[in-house]
Write a protein that binds this ligand. Structure first.
Ligand code: ADP
Length: 437
């Protein structure tokens, strides 16, 4: 007779490539029913956009069919419900599985273009997608999609998004029209609140929010109210300022929103007569990884017409776009599933105490840690030369606050007034090993 255990054991070799564990231990198998030789169950994935969904289904069917006594197998694929914290975020988003922000430190880096292309790409993958353009300084959705002052409709006191090829769009530009920026002034923030709170998104797999550039109060309010699942930061190599990126990361982390990675736009061009990538402004991915532990999710070249989204096929076949969506699906799924064990960093008198996930403890001298700060006022941004003179660090230096930044670093504020340092786990390991930084 077939038992539940036989069925589960048969699937224990199926490993989630992102989480590195088998799908049975991860608790993905739900509603298992065994009636004689008929077996049915649901595989509940972390995200409806799981890139290996079909592969899992085939593997599960094959594995269970091979169990002696099994005559039929019925597998249903589903995704974990987004667990929005009650009281946080906005009601109209309660049926939105994942909310992502696309942000940038400066204007003109292609943030809106990437946000819109990402939404189109996810939609092409069969997902239900919305794009919310909150860029009050220059709403782009009307231009990108060639929609001039579309007629907005209300239903049950809610604004209905404009639907283009199944993609749901809302923009401050639909409300503001062509009114000159100077007239918008104080009205603007009211409009942003209105479209945030009153757009009827319905069921969505992803809502992509095109943020206003920068890290001011408007941005922070948006991040808090939209209960984001993650953010990406778009930069260009020529506008890259590590100070600005740090400010962006801190803004998101302050309200517990993970920065999933960086998109580097206009990073190279490929000329007509050769296939070589020309990086005119150098590559910055390594600097971002070293300083903040951030991955580059995709690099977009200079491309003609990237900002014409009027056709459903705009951007189709563009490899960096496919890669960006794929990495985001994985990053979102991974964060949802993983309750990662993180190092615990605390102040311990003259030392910083780091308890690593394996239980081992490192005691790092306060002066060594303070001296290893890599922020822009301690280390020259471009040459990497140390500005901070280690001899100037007081013997009584102590942390005044230590806070986790996502799952990759801590920020430490010191009693000498310095508070912009970010220490990745790797950096703390290097300090522990006494590696010269
Ligand atoms: P932001 O939202 O950051 O202000 P936009 O998306 O409006 O930036 O883009 C700014 C300008 O750069 C637009 O003219 C857009 O067409 C252009 N652009 C964006 N990305 C690229 C790219 N990869 N190649 C060429 N031009 C681009």
């Amino acid at each position: 007779m077939v038992k539940d255990q036989h069925v589960l054991d048969a699937m224990r070799h199926i490993i989630d490539p992102d989480l590195g564990k088998d799908i049975v231990s991860l608790g993905f198998i739900k509603d298992l029913k065994v009636r004689g030789g008929d077996v049915s169950f649901t595989v509940e994935l972390t995200t409806p956009a799981c890139p290996v969904k079909e592969q899992f289904k085939t593997d599960c069917e094959r594995a269970v069919r091979a169990v002696p006594g099994v005559s039929s197998v019925s597998v249903t694929m589903s995704a974990m419900q987004a667990k929005k914290q009650p009281g946080l975020g906005i009601n109209t988003l309660h049926k939105v599985h994942t909310v992502l922000a696309v942000s940038s430190c400066k204007g003109g880096v292609g943030k809106s273009t990437i946000a819109a292309q990402l939404a189109r790409q996810m939609q092409r993958e069969g997902l239900r997608v919305g794009l919310l353009d909150t860029d009050i300084y220059g709403p782009s959705v009307p231009t990108l999609f060639n929609l001039r002052q579309p007629q907005l409709m209300m239903r049950n006191n809610l604004l209905m998004p404009i639907v283009v090829d199944g993609l749901k769009l809302m923009s401050v530009g639909f409300v503001l029209g062509d009114s000159p920026a100077v007239m918008r002034g104080p009205m603007v923030s009211g409009y942003v609140q209105q479209i945030l709170h009153q757009t009827d998104w319905g069921d969505l797999d992803y809502l992509v929010i095109d943020m206003p550039p920068g890290t001011g109060d408007i941005q922070l309010t948006l991040v808090q109210q939209a209960a984001l699942d993650g953010a990406i930061i778009v930069t260009t190599p020529h506008s890259l300022s590590l100070v600005d990126v740090a400010r962006g990361i801190l803004m998101f982390e302050r309200v517990n929103v993970p920065v999933l990675g960086i998109v580097e736009n206009m990073s190279y061009f490929v000329c007509d007569n050769c296939s070589k990538k020309h990086y005119l402004f150098g590559q910055s991915a390594q600097a971002l990884k070293d300083r903040f532990g951030l991955e580059t999710l995709a690099e977009f070249p200079m491309i003609d017409n990237l900002s014409d989204l009027s056709s459903k096929d705009a951007g189709a076949g563009l490899e960096p776009l496919r890669q960006l969506a794929d990495r985001l699906h994985r990053a979102v799924g991974k964060r949802r599933a993983q309750k990662e064990t993180l190092p615990v960093v605390t102040a311990a008198g003259t030392h910083i105490r780091v308890q690593w996930p394996d239980g081992s403890v490192a005691l790092l001298n306060n002066r060594d840690v303070r001296g290893a700060c890599q922020c822009a006022s301690c280390v020259e941004e471009f040459s990497g030369k140390q500005i901070l003179d280690p001899a100037s660090i007081s013997a009584s230096i102590q942390p005044t606050a230590i806070g986790n930044l996502g799952n990759y670093a801590v920020s430490i504020a010191w009693n000498d007034g310095h508070s912009s340092g970010i220490f990745t786990w790797d950096r703390l390991k290097e300090i522990e090993k006494g590696v010269r930084l």
